[in-house]
Write a protein that binds this ligand. Structure first.
Ligand code: NAD
Length: 492
């Protein structure tokens, strides 16, 4: 394996190879899994996978460690999160390198992801010093408080696409608000989405037992969801897996936060600047090869500008450079694995069979999928409904604003939507009718500033949000506390 010196220094191969993290680096009980670089197919090492026994033991240790953690002065929890953020800044290049190599991110996407992860750590460091409740009116001489308490141990299940940030956006606020965490990253990105986080907190001096990072697949996730020491599951991933996690959490009476898939509409109104519309659409569709929950899954373009916009998009798609992001400057890297690639190829094929026109791309070499444009996609076409999770623009004409609303809302998903227009009033009026958790006027669909509440409706999630003001609500629970000078003399 070839790793830059700085990367080896931050996360030495001997430390993580065939290991998982329980406060120390341990061999697992189950088999190891190869860490594959999707661009080259090379193995970068192996991580230990966790089995159900390991999950149970970690969840119990985390529950024990959590009690002491919550008792610490709030400044100590804040200081630890700040230190973790500083360490991420120090090891920025190594973290970016891991994201590029293990998740197939371009340099720019990896740098952006590392930056928002650092921001999430600093924002979480500000949580412990915030007011944690309210004083309620009560009878004379009785102090009545509503206060937020940690939930206990939070199980975090995270996906492969923005692996570092989507894990950290839950791990950091959960720890900051006094919880312990068991993180199960996707086995395809177990290092950049898991062991990097373990290493940062280890270097920062997080007390042992508070954070466990246990790579594993669906079985490990299911074991985590049913473990009695886990108070809440924060899950980010597909709607199919989210449904199973939601069902299991319901059975075991756990709080569950589900951040799921999307089929997000970018609506281009006929008064939009065409070049800006093109730049927004290109970003929304092709960033990280379209492997983002907020990726623009439907490009709705008003009839009067449809053909001119489509011509520009096709030219743009053909000009984008696809290749290995570790060795050259590229716009698009590889898809994560053959399964994701085959899914994208299958939807494109089915779309063409159902009458769509393939105007660019549609082909691949290895995991490198060419930027693709499908036009003339109608409502009965599979590309209209399915989340593709690949670099495929699905372009659809519409006539009136009402027609755009109807098309955009014709999905079970409800994550993100965006509208481009020089008439903000018109765009806002249209936007008010869209059933989504994230709405952007004069921007594209892929947006996250860390300090905003993030979450979808319908098949995109169960209506909880993560981030910014939502974090206290998400990772803590109310306790009613009353205090009197003397106990009352009840008459019974
Ligand atoms: P996935 O559902 O296959 O996997 C996500 C995680 O869940 C992985 O860690 C996986 O091992 C685990 N998992 C799978 N089955 C499980 C089960 N039965 N029980 C418990 N855990 C299980 O999703 P993916 O393919 O890795 O990610 C792509 C999907 O995630 C897309 O649908 C995308 O839209 C969605 N996503 C949503 C958001 C969001 O914030 N809304 C962000 C990123 C990705």
């Amino acid at each position: 394996m070839s790793t830059p010196a700085s990367t080896a220094e931050f996360l030495p191969h001997t430390l993580w190879h065939q290991r998982l993290f329980t406060g120390s680096w341990q061999a697992g009980n189950a088999v190891s899994s190869a860490v594959i670089e999707p661009a080259s197919g090379l193995s970068l090492g192996e991580v230990a996978l966790a089995d159900a026994t390991q999950i149970a033991s970690s969840a119990q240790q985390a529950a024990e460690a959590q009690r002491g953690w919550y008792q610490l002065p709030y400044e100590e929890r804040a200081a630890l999160l700040r230190k973790t953020a500083q360490l991420a800044e120090t090891h920025f290049a190594s973290i970016v390198d891991w994201l590029v190599r293990e998740s197939g991110s371009t340099q720019a996407k990896a740098a952006f992801e590392t930056n928002i992860t650092i921001k999430a750590l600093y924002e979480s460091a500000a949580l412990p010093s915030r007011a944690q409740g309210e004083v309620l009116p009560s009878s004379a001489g009785r102090l009545s408080l509503a206060r937020r308490r940690p939930r206990g141990v939070i199980g975090v299940i995270s996906p492969f696409n923005f692996p570092l940030y989507l894990a950290m956006r839950a791990v950091a606020p959960a720890l900051a608000t006094g919880n312990a965490v068991v993180l199960k990253p996707d086995p395809r990105t177990a290092v950049c989405g898991g062991l990097v986080i373990a290493r940062l907190f280890e270097l920062a001096g997080l007390p042992k037992g508070l954070l466990h990072v246990l790579p594993g697949g669906a079985e490990a996730g299911a074991a985590l969801t049913s473990d009695r020491h886990i108070a809440m599951i924060q899950f980010t991933g597909s709607t199919g897996a989210g449904r199973k996690v939601g069902e299991a959490a319901g059975k075991h009476l756990k709080k569950v936060s589900l951040e799921l898939g999307g089929k997000n509409a970018l609506i281009v109104l006929d008064d939009a600047d065409l070049d800006l519309a093109l730049a927004n659409a290109t970003w929304g569709v092709y960033l990280h090869q379209g492997q983002i929950c907020m990726s623009t899954g439907r490009l709705l373009v008003q009839r009067g500008i449809y053909q001119r916009f489509l011509d520009k998009l096709v030219t743009k798609a053909r000009s984008l450079v696809v290749g290995d992001p570790a060795s050259s400057e590229v716009h698009l890297g590889p898809l994560i694995n053959a399964q994701q690639r085959d899914h994208a190829a299958q939807v494109v094929k089915a779309a063409v069979e159902a009458g769509a026109s393939l105007d660019a791309g549609g082909t691949y070499e290895g995991l490198f999928f060419q930027p693709t444009v499908l036009s003339g996609v109608t409502r009965d076409n599979p590309a209209f409904h399915e989340e593709i999770f690949g670099p495929v623009a699905v372009v659809i004409p519409f006539d009136t604003d009402e027609h755009a609303i109807e098309l955009a809302n014709d999905t079970d998903y409800g994550l993100s939507a965006a509208i481009l227009s020089q008439n903000v009033g018109r765009a806002l009026k249209l936007g008010e009718q869209l059933r989504v958790g994230l709405l952007h006027i004069n921007d594209q669909t892929v947006n996250d500033e860390v300090i905003n509440p993030f979450g979808g409706v319908g098949a995109s999630g169960n209506g909880t949000s993560i981030g910014g003001p939502a974090n206290w609500e998400e990772f803590t629970q109310w306790q009613w506390l009353t205090v009197k000078g003397d106990a009352p003399a009840y008459p019974l």
